[in-house]
Design a binder for this molecule. Structure first.
Ligand code: F6P
Length: 520
């Protein structure tokens, strides 16, 4: 039996502790009083070292949060997910993205019997997909790979292909078209030749309006440009192979309804990554993620990094009342990571009702945002240092660069450290404009090197921390009903834009629609 976070005995204790002590914590004092603070609040997990010590919490707070997680049944919920139970209750589905990175033949303790069969299917599909990726890599006739997909069918592959650019095969260009805005597809197609292009149509459902519109336009462009062999130049990555075939795409790689869109880069949706970095690289990505899965599954809660991060997220959102988390990757190749994490956190945990469908009495997902460092420092970091809101920062740094410009890397790492230090330490000044209050929190995640394996571990870490906070909030982190209404209304408005009918519309929508038509 799992409990919501506010139903555990620790919840009121945390509230009382926040009001009397923790709400006034000063990090500078916390470090002065505890010489072991860094040792206690830092830890290694597979491929990731984390320093959580510059956060506004104490050992007492963490102990209460850990007990809260135990009472709430986070471990049981995690095991239920890993075992393939249908924890996505509103859709009656299992949540098994971890199976996509589980080595062949490795059974899960307590796993449903169907899971072993699924694992065999996963590996058969993976083998076929990686063989295809190698064929494409070896095909010098294909110079451009265009991924058409949106949301989870774009953000993960796009982020990973950029992040692993150092491992990428030279001689092939990768393009990602997600938006229904024709500017995007038009701009990409302008530079392509049909005979040298491979289109990957990535859509779990194969019904998403943006992707279907872009796919149809790409097919039309291909034929108008003299392209003949659709089977060679188009592949569909989908759970809905029949719909792909109905569109005329016969080269298909499938996956399963128990893979959520935002958790799908490990499946056939990862094909652009596999083409970019090769089958060995893709298997390394999976292995890195699996190592983090095993850490999440087996490490005691007090040394379990996804659990500690998820608990900190709850503490910040529900006790400190912080509304956002700023992501600053100190590595230019991780420039799409903030966008990727936005979907992961906010589509998973941006929910206002519990599993019973009733309104929750507390806040859930923070807003995630960010830009790579050092760029962000010259844009919005002003607000982090001296604004009226406290905005927790998550820095992600990489120890070893893959370029020879060591001086640059030292400067980059110095900036990452200095920002976290400045936020916490602050600087007193009589002049209010020059005063830095300090005591502003940050988390520092450090990879030894940015490789397929470490990227896999970093992403799996983020997936599991989102699971932990969602589990404690008692929400379904694996559905996304909130995206439906806009989709339905867009269809209605598309027709009205064509015929000018504004009957029944609110005044603003009607006024804007008429203005758009007048200027058409
Ligand atoms: O917009 C919601 C959503 O369903 C996301 O969850 C998903 O990643 C995206 O659309 C794309 O969906 P599909 O892969 O089915 O095209």
């Amino acid at each position: 039996m799992s409990l919501r976070c506010d139903q555990t005995p620790e919840w009121p204790l945390l509230q009382a502790h926040f009001s009397s002590v923790a709400g006034q914590q000063d990090l500078r004092q916390s470090f002065a009083e505890d010489a072991q603070r860094f040792a206690h609040f830092s830890q290694s997990a597979p491929h990731v070292f984390a320093d959580l010590s510059k956060n506004l919490w104490s050992r007492d707070v963490e102990a209460l949060l850990l007990d809260m997680a135990r009472h709430a049944g986070v471990e049981q919920h995690r095991d239920a997910m890993l075992a393939g139970q249908p924890i996505n209750s509103t859709e009656g589905r299992a949540v098994l993205h971890t199976l996509l990175r589980r080595p062949a033949g490795l059974s899960q303790p307590g796993g449903q019997s169907s899971v072993a069969a699924d694992l065999a299917n996963v590996h058969a599909t993976l083998t076929a997909m990686l063989a295809y990726a190698e064929t494409v890599r070896a095909d010098d006739g294909i110079t451009d790979v265009v991924n058409i997909g949106i949301g989870g069918s774009d953000l993960g592959p796009h982020m990973a292909v950029l992040a692993l650019e150092e491992f990428r095969l030279p001689g092939k260009r990768f393009h990602f078209v997600s938006n229904v805005d024709g500017h995007e597809l038009h701009h990409v197609m302008r530079g392509l030749r049909a005979e040298n292009t491979l289109f990957l149509i990535a859509s779990k459902t194969f019904t998403t309006a943006e992707t279907m519109t872009n796919a149809r336009s790409a097919l039309a462009w291909f034929s108008d440009s003299g392209g003949r062999d659709v089977a060679r130049h188009f592949a569909a990555l989908t759970t809905n192979v029949d719909a792909a075939k109905a569109l005329g795409i016969t080269t298909t790689f499938g996956f399963w309804d128990w893979v959520g869109g935002r958790y799908s880069l490990w499946s056939a949706i990862g094909l652009p990554i596999a083409i970019a970095i090769g089958s060995v690289g893709f298997r390394d990505l999976l292995a890195g993620a699996h190592a983090m899965d095993e850490h999440f599954r087996t490490a005691p809660l007090e040394q379990n990094l996804p659990v500690r991060l998820g608990l900190l997220d709850i503490w910040y959102r529900n006790f400190h009342g912080f509304t956002s988390r700023c992501i600053a990757p100190y590595h230019a190749a991780l420039r799409r990571l903030p966008a990727y994490l936005q979907q992961l956190e906010m589509e998973s945990n941006g929910k206002r009702v519990g599993l019973d469908g009733k309104t929750l009495p507390y806040a859930t997902s923070p807003v995630l945002w960010g830009e790579p460092g050092t760029n962000g420092q010259h844009a919005f970091f002003q607000m982090l240092h001296q604004g009226t809101d406290v905005l927790p920062l998550e820095l992600i740094a990489v120890r070893q660069p893959t370029h020879p410009l060591q001086g640059h890397h030292n400067k980059l790492l110095a900036n990452a450290l200095a920002q976290a230090q400045a936020l916490m330490v602050g600087k007193a000044s009589e002049n209010g404009h020059r005063h830095f209050p300090g005591n502003r929190p940050s988390t520092f995640l450090l990879l030894d090197a940015l490789t397929p394996a470490s990227l896999g571990a970093l992403i799996a870490l983020q997936e599991h921390r989102v699971f932990v906070s969602g589990s404690l909030w008692g929400i379904n982190s694996f559905d996304q009903w909130g995206v439906e209404l806009g989709k339905v209304l867009a269809k209605d408005i598309e027709a009205r834009l064509a015929n000018g009918d504004v009957a029944g519309l609110d005044g603003s929508t009607a006024g804007l629609l008429e203005r758009l038509r007048a200027h058409a």
